[in-house]
Structures are given as structure tokens and as C-alpha cells.
Design a binder for this molecule. Structure first.
Ligand code: SF4
Length: 591
């Protein structure tokens, strides 16, 4: 895909995009260390959680640097950029869009000017009361829309709303403002934020998304601290896991260490899908290894859905641990029947039409000598629309497989997620419409077996009452607003949906340098210069109300709020050919 500045992104074409996971957030307090590079490597470890944009903010106490752009962490940052970002503490963000379209103006960290300094904020999760929060912001402004800050500059995210509400406070400190605002947020939120002098972190009362605290000791430093979405990011920067940030907990980190305050009673409802697919296998959540959970899910799947076969294989990479567990439990040998090219979708060269016609083979290629004549069990983590699995089954049959049995290490996905994962609308979820037998028929599989909800939860070793399973059960642990007051495109104008944004293709390079005032004052909006030296953002982008978009009328009880993006298998979905896709009109005859 060509950006407005002529550079190519990693997307294959304008309608293709990478996997849609959940954002990754990172924060580090490490005076004397290169905090920009630590954050870069932290984000690198969290890249799987969001590939749309990346950003880092650093502070040396008086000066804040922010740099962000569309693309992967390795595409946005280079040595020179990181070297120009000194500081004692930093935050970072890797984005995948949940509220607000995927464009430049919505990249994070977001910025705001508070009476006491500058606020930079990064958010993982999705709020469900954004419309109420916007009403609150309007009320604070005497009914008028924001005239400065990110919202006025075209940012349409719930993150910009939180930033604006935090910035426009009447308290003596950002800490007090946060303790006032955090209890009013509803939904999933793991925040890392900072001002010139302190690093902060907060996690929603349900703890839907993971957030962990680590300590960092180096030759130069005795008491550094790291906050990250996953323990794997602590490992990669050399930090030692201390503990989870508790649901409902707010942390303040500065030269005095870590101070913990509770803004809400913990009411845990952790996302079970983090164990199934989202988190890295080398991450630990609530004391349980994600890898071990997935292997156990595979074992349980074998107990529940045994079948005679010659080989167990995985849809790479996410199906691998469960396939290993299935093979172990069943005694059927494990083998690699598909080779994955990890770099497709990251290419800077757009494929020609001839190449595109290869479809999913661009990404996966069967090992004919391995699968030919064999009865195969292929293990995957989930089925969303079923198109990918259908293409894989066909590919294996074309390569000579005698039988193809599909096994899935999560139960049927029947409901959309409003807490930070875009699966699809209900009408696109194949398990919402059809029985397991009919789905197997659609996939062209000899048999299909899903793990039971009980088996999946047991594999996580978490108490069921502490987990969110809403996409499987439809029981949402955090109350949802009415359909007209939720959804990904709540604040996007019709023209702005999915557009390039006001400065698309120009990386934001922000330097804020000013005396941090001792007394509250009304600071003006921060100026944002782009990498290519365009005029200040405020002068370029018309300010005004970001309209609340009329939501389309729900059809047949399906979610029509914009949650129609591909889900966990979207990287493969993007490569599907038209004939691989299930037509909207398709009906599988139920018996
Ligand atoms: S609905 Fe599903 S994906 Fe969303 S938080 Fe709950 S378990 Fe996770």
C-alpha cells in the first residue's frame, strides 16, 4: 500500500492489513540508561499486539520528546531517531485500532497540556463508555467541543478522550486528576502515561488485558522500573518480573520508587483469549505460562475429540503448542505439514496480480512429501469466519492428504468482543450461524472438534469466575452501552473512516520544552512538527467538533458498530482469494 508520502507500507494492498490483536504498552523509569532504546526493544517484544502504528515518548525532567508514525516498530524508528530522544523515563505504544480508525492522527502516545506540565499517554484495551466521557468533556467545556489538543487535531480514539479529560483538570497534580478520572472509565484499559517528572500506570478493575511490573538493575542503575503488557517484554529488556499490576490499581513511579494506590475494587475478568492466542507463548499471566496453557488445551482437545490419524500438525505459528499437546496426549506423531513465510505482509513490494492469485500460498505452503497419503489432524487456535481454515484444508487435500480432521483449541466464537479485540460482526462469525457439523462441511474437513469451554478454562489454571469468556458465551462482564453509543467508529466522521489522516505519511516529531509551572495555568496546545518539516499541526488541521457518527440500524441482531475487522487469523485472511471467502449470502442447509 502506498502512503501519501510515496513510501510503501507493509500491507499488500489497501484493503489488506496485518493481524488485529491488542495494543502493546510499555513504560520505563531508568535514569542514566538509554530509555528510548529500552522502550524500542520493549515494543519490539510486543509487536504481535499491534502493527498499525508505533510511538515513543521520553522525558528528561524538562523536555519531552515524542516520535510516532504508522508502521511496525522497526519501520518507525531508526538509530538516529532513538539517539535524539534522551530521558530518564519513557513510554511506548504499538497500536491496533479498536476505537478510532487506523490512521496517523490516532497513533499513540497521545499528548495533552495539563496545568502542571505535559501529559503523554498510551492505552491498551477499549473503553465502552466513550460516548459518556465525550459528553462529560463537552459539559466541562460549557457544551463546546475541544479547540486544542489531540481531539481538535483529528484524533478519534477513546485514548485521546482520556488524555483530554486528564489534561483539563482542576487538581494540584496529575496524580490527583488520575485518581478522580480512573474510577469513571468503563471497559478494558491498561494505561502507561507520564509527565515531565513521573511515570504512571493503571489497570482497569476487571484486569481484562495483562499488565506487569518489573524491576531493572544495571551497572548504572539500582532502582529502575518497567511496566509492560506482557512478561516477555520484561525478559527482553533484562527486567525482573515483580508482580502483576492489580486490577483497579494505579502506580506512580519516580525517584522515590513505586507508589501504589487503588482507585477501584478488583473485580477480575481477565481475557481468556490472551491464553488461547493473543499473548506471546513465552509470557506468563497470573502465574500461568501461556505456552503450557496452550499445550494443555491441545491435550484436552485430544481427550475430547480423539480420531485415528497418521500425523498431528498445526496451522503455524499460533496452533503449534496446542498441536504438540494433542500429539502428546493422543500418541499420534507430530509433524510439520505447512511452511510459513513469516515475512509476507511485511513486504515493501506490492505483489503483481499473478502473484496475488496464489492467495494463501504466499503465506503457507504445504510440504507435499510430508502430507501426501496421510490422515492428518490439523490444530488451530480459533475459527472466526472459517475462510482461512477452508483454504488450508483444500491446500492439504490438493497436496495429497488422505483425510483432514480439524481441531480447534478454543470453543466456537459466537459473539463480538468490545474490550479490545476485533473479531467480526456476529453475522460474520460462522459459529454464530451454523452447527459444528455444518461448519465441518463448509471447511471440507472429514471432522471438526472444538475444545469445551470448561476444558479451555481448566488449561489456564485460572478460576472461571475471574475470566472473561464473552466471545464464546455472550456473557459480558462489563456492562455494554446501547448500540448507538459504542463501536470502533464512534468518533470517526464518515469521510475520515480509514482515511490517511491529516498528516498521513509524516512521522510526528514533537519536542515540548518549557518550565513546568509551579501553579496551575492554562497552557496552549503543544506544537507538533512533522519529520518532513510541514507547518505546525494546529495551523494545518481545522479544529472543530469531531462529530458523533450516526450508527447504522442493527440488522438481524448483529453488531453493526464497526467491529467488522478480521480477527486472529486476519494475516492469512488478507491473502485469501475471492473463491476462498464465504459469500455473505451463503446459507448452509441445516438438517
Ligand atoms: S470477549 Fe473474548 S476476546 Fe474479548 S475480552 Fe472477553 S474473552 Fe477476551
Amino acid at each position: 500500500m502506498i502512503r501519501p508520502d510515496g513510501k510503501l507500507t507493509h500491507d499488500l494492498d489497501p484493503v489488506d492489513h496485518g493481524p488485529k490483536d491488542a495494543c502493546g504498552v510499555f513504560g520505563v523509569w531508568a535514569p542514566g540508561e538509554d530509555v528510548a532504546k529500552l522502550t524500542y526493544y520493549g515494543l519490539y517484544a510486543l509487536q504481535h499486539r499491534g502493527q498499525e502504528s508505533a510511538g515513543i515518548a521520553t522525558s528528561n525532567g524538562k523536555r519531552i520528546h515524542v516520535y510516532k508514525d504508522m508502521g511496525l516498530v522497526s519501520q518507525v524508528f531508526d538509530e538516529a531517531t532513538l539517539s535524539s530522544m534522551p530521558g530518564d523515563h519513557a513510554i511506548g505504544h504499538a497500536r491496533y485500532s479498536t476505537t478510532g480508525a487506523s490512521h496517523w492522527a490516532n497513533a499513540q502516545p497521545t499528548l495533552g497540556t495539563t496545568p502542571h506540565g505535559t501529559l503523554c499517554l498510551a492505552h491498551n484495551g477499549n473503553l465502552v463508555n466513550s460516548a459518556d466521557l465525550y459528553d462529560r468533556l463537552l459539559a466541562k467545556n460549557g457544551g463546546k467541543p475541544p479547540t486544542h489538543g489531540e481531539l481538535a487535531q483529528g484524533n478519534t480514539t477513546d485514548t485521546a478522550l482520556v488524555t483530554a479529560l486528564l489534561a483539563e483538570h482542576d487538581f494540584d497534580s496529575l496524580e490527583e486528576a488520575a485518581l478522580d478520572l480512573l474510577p469513571t472509565l468503563r471497559g478494558a484499559f491498561c494505561l502507561t502515561f507520564m509527565d515531565e517528572g513521573k511515570l504512571y500506570a493503571a489497570r482497569d478493575p476487571q484486569g481484562v488485558r495483562p499488565l506487569v511490573l518489573g524491576s531493572l538493575k544495571t551497572d548504572n542503575l539500582d532502582n529502575g522500573w518497567v511496566v509492560a503488557s506482557e512478561t516477555a517484554a520484561l525478559d527482553i529488556v533484562g527486567a525482573e518480573f515483580v508482580r502483576e499490576v492489580e486490577p483497579g490499581e494505579f502506580l506512580t513511579i519516580d525517584e522515590n520508587g513505586v507508589r501504589s494506590q487503588r482507585f477501584a475494587k478488583a473485580d477480575p475478568a481477565g481475557c481468556v483469549f490472551e491464553f488461547v492466542y493473543l499473548a506471546r507463548p513465552d509470557t506468563t499471566i497470573d502465574g500461568r505460562s501461556v505456552y503450557e496453557s496452550r499445550v494443555e488445551m491441545g491435550r484436552q482437545l485430544a481427550r475430547e475429540h480423539q480420531v485415528e490419524a497418521d500425523m498431528v500438525m498445526a496451522t503455524p505459528e499460533s496452533g503449534v503448542p496446542a498441536a504438540i499437546g494433542y500429539a502428546e496426549q493422543s500418541g499420534i506423531p507430530y509433524g510439520n505439514g505447512l511452511v510459513k513465510n513469516a515475512y509476507v505482509g511485511r513486504t515493501f513490494i506490492q505483489p503483481s496480480q499473478t502473484i496475488r492469485q496464489l492467495g494463501i500460498r504466499l503465506k503457507l505452503n504445504p510440504l507435499k512429501s510430508v502430507v501426501e497419503g496421510k490422515r492428518l489432524i490439523i490444530v488451530d487456535d480459533s475459527i472466526v469466519r472459517g475462510n482461512t481454515q477452508r483454504a488450508v484444508v483444500k491446500m492439504l487435500r490438493d497436496a495429497g492428504a488422505a483425510e483432514v480432521h480439524v481441531r480447534i483449541s478454543s470453543p466456537p466464537v459466537k459473539w463480538p468482543c468490545f474490550y479490545g479485540i476485533d473479531f467480526a460482526s456476529r453475522s460474520e462469525l460462522i459459529a454464530n450461524e451454523f452447527s459444528v457439523e455444518k461448519i465441518a462441511e463448509y471447511l471440507g474437513a472429514d471432522s471438526l472438534g472444538y475444545i469445551s469451554p470448561e476444558g479451555m478454562i481448566a488449561a489456564t489454571e485460572q478460576p472461571v469466575e475471574n475470566m472473561c469468556t464473552a466471545c464464546f458465551t455472550g456473557t459480558y462482564p462489563i456492562e455494554l452501552p446501547s448500540e448507538d453509543r459504542r463501536g470502533k467508529s464512534l468518533f470517526d466522521s464518515e469521510e475520515g473512516k480509514g482515511a490517511g489522516g491529516p498528516l498521513a505519511g509524516k512521522a510526528a516529531e514533537v519536542t515540548v520544552e518549557r518550565e513546568v509551572p509551579a501553579k496551575p495555568e492554562h497552557a496552549e496546545a503543544i506544537s507538533i512538527d512533522t519529520r518532513t518539516g510541514t507547518p505546525l499541526l494546529e495551523n494545518k488541521v481545522p479544529t472543530g467538533l469531531i462529530p458523533l457518527v450516526e450508527q447504522p440500524t442493527p440488522v438481524g441482531g448483529c453488531d453493526t458498530t464497526g467491529s467488522c475487522e478480521p480477527g486472529p487469523d486476519s494475516e492469512l485472511e488478507a491473502l485469501l482469494l475471492p473463491e476462498d471467502r464465504r459469500p455473505a449470502s451463503l446459507s448452509i442447509q441445516e438438517d
